[in-house]
Design a protein around this ligand. Structure first.
Ligand code: UFG
Length: 334
């Protein structure tokens, strides 16, 4: 029986595939390679290039594989892009989910672990954010993922497809050996942009907003290491295999770091000056996002290994030094 990983060539998906293989799972990967990288996929996984909105393609994958469960990473995830082009998000993310669930119902696959996001909560009324908090997204990306959660809820009731929605906070870091990591074009995320400045590829960091109601005026986020995140998906799959009901879990460290604190941590890790300037707020950014993540710890048995943001940045820096131009510098993954 195979675990089918959709979006397994992307940043988080490729780390999850790698961890699944290390733990002895049989893995098949689907990715349209729009943002993913073929070289990021562990070569012990079978790879199918195609789009989940293409029903004929998806049917052919389900025909060839005996799928025990699906882990779904195949979505766009850039908040500012979603503000400019919301339909791109509702098409790929939300409509893609409909197509996927249709195929799962057709092939009698009843388990899905899904990449949701803290962006489904919007601007929280209480911090840390619990899973029961109101979900009122402030951007189309979060709205597209909230709609996907709701579609899964009704598909559970109607077709018995059980799901775990994992609501990620801010993901960073890379496999510690530096063989796979984050490689987006264009890059929009804070940690890799800071490391591009550290590496001399960008002149300076722009800090978006310094007048938020936070201790130093910059946004506060909760960082989780990509390997810890990957492992949570495997625990979630096992949870569903044990016959539990559908559920949603936050994945974060429960500690907040401001953008300025992340910059300082990166200066210390890289021992580079990393010039930075204040810039206007970025549309759609909530002020503070910090997870309450005790539910994942107690119910899934999740034990994140990385509790130090400098250690997280160190693994991202290791990847950056190993592959300065990302996957353009790399042939394949063992
Ligand atoms: N930032 C800058 N300068 C930059 C890039 C980012 O100041 O050049 C700031 C942003 O304004 C924000 C913070 O750094 O305050 C983090 O921004 P990211 O783009 O790295 O991440 P986001 O918080 O916007 O979003 C990420 C994921 C989403 C997820 C969200 C939940 O991309 O999928 O975390 O916390 F929903």
């Amino acid at each position: 029986m195979a675990v089918l990983v959709l979006g397994g060539a992307g940043y988080i998906g490729s780390h999850a595939v790698d961890r699944l293989i290390q733990k002895g799972y049989d893995v098949a990967v689907v990715d349209n390679l729009v943002t993913g990288h073929r070289a990021a996929v562990n070569n012990k996984a079978r790879f199918y290039e195609g789009d989940i909105r293409d029903a004929a393609f998806l049917n052919s994958v389900f025909e060839q594989e005996k799928v025990e469960g699906v882990i779904h990473f195949a979505a766009f995830s850039i908040v500012p892009e979603s503000m400019k082009d919301p339909l791109k998000y509702f098409d790929n993310n939300t409509a893609g989910m409909v197509k996927l669930l249709e195929a799962m119902a057709r092939y009698n696959v009843k388990k899905i672990v899904f990449s949701s996001t803290a962006a489904t909560y919007g601007e929280p009324k209480e911090v840390p954010i619990r899973e029961t908090a109101p979900q009122v997204p402030t951007n189309p990306y979060g709205e597209s993922k909230l709609a996907m959660e709701k579609i899964m809820h009704w598909s559970d009731i109607a077709y018995g497809i059980k799901f775990v929605a994992l609501r990620y906070f801010n993901v960073a870091g890379a496999k510690p050996d530096g063989s796979i990591g984050e490689d987006h074009h264009p890059e929009t995320h804070l940690v890799p942009i800071i490391l591009q400045v550290a590496a001399g590829e960008r002149e300076q960091l722009q800090i978006f907003g310094n007048d938020y109601p936070t201790p130093d005026g910059t946004n506060v986020r909760d960082y989780v290491h990509v390997i810890d995140l990957a492992d949570a998906h495997i625990l979630a799959l096992e949870y569903l295999k044990q016959g539990h009901e559908s559920n949603a879990f936050n994945l974060g460290s429960s500690t907040g770091f401001s953008n300025k604190q992340i910059l300082d941590a990166a200066r210390s890790v890289t021992e580079r000056p990393i010039p930075a300037v204040n810039a206007p707020r970025r549309a759609g950014d909530p002020s503070t996002l910090i997870a309450a993540s005790d539910k994942a710890r107690s119910i899934l048995g999740w034990k994140p290994q990385y509790d130090d943001v400098k250690e997280i940045i160190k693994t991202a820096w290791n990847w950056k030094k190993n592959a300065p131009a990302g996957y353009d510098d790399r042939g394949g993954n063992e």
